[in-house]
Design a protein. Sequence first.
Length: 345
Amino acid sequence: MAKRILTGIRPTGKLHLGHYVGALKMWKELQDQNEYECFFLVADVQALTTHVDRPSVIEEAVREVVLDFIAVGLDPTKPNIHFVLQSWVPELTELTTYFSMIVPFSRMEGNPTIKAELAQMNSSPTVGFMIYPTSQAADILLFTTYPPQPNDYLLVPVGADQVPHIEEAADIARMFNNRYGNTFLKCEAKVGLIGRLVGTDGQAKMSKSLSNVIQLSDTADDVSKIVKKMFTDPEKIRKNDPGHPKECPVYKYHKIFGSRKTFSGRYKDCKTGGLGCVECKNTLTEVLNNFLDPIRQRRLIAEQEPIGDYLISGTDRAREIAQNTMDAVRKAMHLDYPSIFKKGG
């Protein structure tokens, strides 16, 4: 039985605590189970959908993302762990093209992520942007085992906001299988216990575009400055006013990153007015820096490692699987032209 994981991140900058909570923590846990062959994709082609005029940003971000991968504990020296550079797997482009021939464009227009991002755009979207859910489906399904066995499956550990894309990939696999025969495996999304981290400004999601992030590589001083400016409870004006911790991002961060010592009693103390926001933020600064310190240390070590070699070896392994999958796809679609190129003919 083959058990594979395919997941990834667009390289548009350094990674942040939202990435860790929504995805990286879960990736590390799955890696450590040693049950899966894991492919962690650096999705530089998809980064072009928003950064096509800033190629140098993508180049630098690829490096930063790989460093962050290693810093959180992903280990490309393990035989089952592969860092894959998307643009260096031409089979992904080929499979995206074939999928685009069977997927109605209306499905792309109705995709919730596409609709949300279109609403924020100031210019006309490119074709590449409009079909990137199809590209994501190719990323996932390319790692099918062929011929698929009943107990084989593809696990896709992602943040909560990516679940619609995994469902889209599963639908595309069904479309293809129904039309051309059983070719692609079932893919399943896996979301961690905490699928999304609220931004430091109280927005629903931590996002670089909203400038409400704490990066995994931020210094202790950076973290202190960001936490001091964090949004808290607007109704708690004075220190002794009763607070509403469930609505406060600072409390939510304590809940996720704090220990029993730093979290115990915090809800009650806030509700009764016994805990001021400044004190709560000071403790959170300490909590976050204690959490980030080992990540910072691993990142410093990773900066001396051959990250280019890791990408080359991981991408080579991805291409081995990709070529096998594409042979099966071309055969299913009769693009191997058996009546023309007969064996021995």
